[in-house]
Design a protein around this ligand. Structure first.
Ligand code: NAP
Length: 283
């Protein structure tokens, strides 16, 4: 690749509502600059309704966009809109990538994003996990954990019906939300996929006392970058994976597909994103 039709710049973006806060343009922009690619990756706000989404996707195709990332609330719409989809997207019931061509292809790179973020941090084999939350992101995280070989996954969610639904779909067990601190002693890997702990949201209350010291702790929330959960886990000596690691890794397949070239995750990229997050939080 390198350049689009008729030597025009390659166009891609991220579609969501709201989407102005997305760090994806900064990630793709940094890689494009490094690779010397002539292209633009822009935030594209599209109202929550499926019809608005479909009209916007038709328009982007007509304008010659190579593809888009898709975020809340359109990940299920993306799968519905596409004419073909990867197994990962079908299994997750949601897509965060649409690639336009003769057919529109839906994929889900949140799964590989989380799996790669974990692999980059720790190579210790782990068998059991407690997943907090049963929303959209939890599905991708559970599929990633299964891909990483974890066989004993417990899910705890405030709304129990949603954890039961997730457990049924993916062969997990369920713990009561109120028991989240009590079930930690048999756990190798704790993952927060709720929005608790995010700036503007209530804190995630959990007592890590019972967690084995070798257990890994991940939080997919990335604003703030060091959530209270991660801070406490680090103080207790646990290895940790933050939300920015997942965010950077999920961006790789889109960049490679649409812009071509290398998409390297390194300290320099992380520093660019951390600087932006600090700017936003006034730090
Ligand atoms: P979602 O579908 O809206 O799910 C939100 C989850 O948080 C649900 O399980 C919900 O429980 C729980 N929750 C919300 N408020 C709660 C409260 N007061 N007490 C207990 N549980 C509460 O959202 P999502 O798409 O899964 O995203 C969740 C978080 O992950 C967001 O912060 C998002 O930014 C982050 N995320 C990060 C990445 C990344 O690349 N790092 C990727 C995707 C998402 P109920 O079911 O009971 O409502």
């Amino acid at each position: 690749m390198g350049e689009g039709k008729h030597n025009a710049p390659i166009l891609a973006g991220v579609v969501g509502w709201p989407v102005a806060h997305s760090l994806s343009p900064l990630i793709h922009g940094t890689w494009a600059k490094r690779a010397g690619v002539k292209g633009y990756y822009i935030p594209i706000p599209v109202a929550p309704d499926y019809n608005d989404f479909a009209v916007a996707m038709d328009a982007l195709k007509t304008l010659g966009f190579a593809g888009v990332n898709v975020t809340i609330p359109h990940k299920e719409h993306a799968l519905r809109y596409a004419s073909t989809a990867s197994d990962a997207a079908r299994k997750a019931g949601a897509a965060n990538m649409l690639t336009f061509g003769a057919q529109t292809f839906a994929d889900n790179s949140d799964i590989i994003g989380f799996a790669e973020a974990v692999r980059a941090t720790s190579s210790v084999p782990r068998a059991s996990a407690l997943v907090l939350g049963a929303g959209g992101a939890a599905r991708g995280v559970v599929l990633a954990l299964q891909r990483l070989g974890l066989t004993d996954i417990v899910v705890a969610n405030r709304t129990r019906a949603k954890s039961e639904e997730l457990a049924k779909a993916f062969g997990l067990s369920v713990a009561d939300w109120e028991d989240r601190s009590k079930v930690l002693e048999n756990i190798d890997f704790l993952v927060n996929t709720t929005s608790l702990g995010m700036t503007g949201q209530p804190p995630l209350e959990i007592d890590l006392t019972g967690l084995k010291s070798a257990a890994l702790v991940a939080d997919i929330v990335y604003a703030p970058l060091e959530t209270h959960l991660l801070k406490t886990a680090k103080t207790r000596g646990h290895e940790t994976v933050d939300g920015l690691a997942m965010l950077m890794h999920q961006a790789v397949p889109g960049f490679k597909t649409w812009f071509g070239g290398e998409a390297v995750i390194d300290d320099a990229l992380r520093a660019v994103l951390v600087e932006e997050l600090n700017k936003r939080s006034g730090a």
